[in-house]
Write a protein that binds this ligand. Sequence first.
Ligand SMILES: [Zn+2]
Length: 320
Amino acid sequence: MNPRKPTADEYASLMKVFGGVEISSSSDIEARAQGSVRAALGFFAEFGIEFEYEPRVKYVDSFHPLNPSALANVDCGVDFSREQYRLLGAPASALNYAYKFGLEVSLETLMADFDLGYAMLHSFIFPESHDVDIMLWRPIVDNASQFNSTIVHEIWHLYERSSDLMMSSPLIIEGTATFVENLYRFEPLDSTPVDCSFLSRLQYIEVAKLVKEFVGCESDALRRLVDPLIREKINGAYFDRLHHDVVMAQSYIFGCEDMRAADTKIVLEMPQYELFRNSPSISSLLDSFSAAGMNHFVSAVSNQDLSLFYEYHVSLINDS
Ligand SMILES: [Zn+2]
């Protein structure tokens, strides 16, 4: 049996938790967000998923430094990020270095720099240690109609993280959270706006369709989604059908305008790049990469032709 669609009145009362309400302050947003969290926990309980704590939300009145369109995020931790990088970020970066700059960088080199590079980048993105579970960013203010479903999406990430479900299937988590979000909204799976990137379509929508194929939409859907055996099947189907395209799409993103904006932010504002900003040269660029924790990368490329790599980074300063 499908979960019952709410009546118009019930839906209106669900939505009044946030939707359509004028926002006056950060604490106002956070208070409303905690209300949405409690509503979301009730939704999960109906599907047999219980939480041992109430996730805490913090609103940051600015944009996510590397992803300005992000509505919200949860910190999945360094171990998860390393595993995700090993399977997706590093292969896509290696392709991008080769296509864009003619540089040969091995996966081993990229992985050797991961821990230090991640620590540096993380303290740049999240300068204060936020004692919170979910961070909301400014674009959420203009997307009030997505407020509750965004909270549901992020809470699902937290559930998967605390249940140790993420590490064994780190590349399907946006699809599982999108599936859960759409279950909450009673929305068909392809309802996400068409202007999302091809990569997002694959990671969010196409994986969510795979999830639906294996867990259905019945009242046991979420319990099936956290069953390790079913999850293994979803993960296997992801690697068979989607992974190759995801890596190619990620490498394309690394070469496109979105990434250029993030690279500009890093080069102009991250303290480790000050040397290069103040006196641009190939040697100060490599020193800045070393300072940002990428020593193995610097050793691997220092004897290669760095002209395209250098021109790109100089253009980030000149074009800003
Ligand atoms: Zn997500």
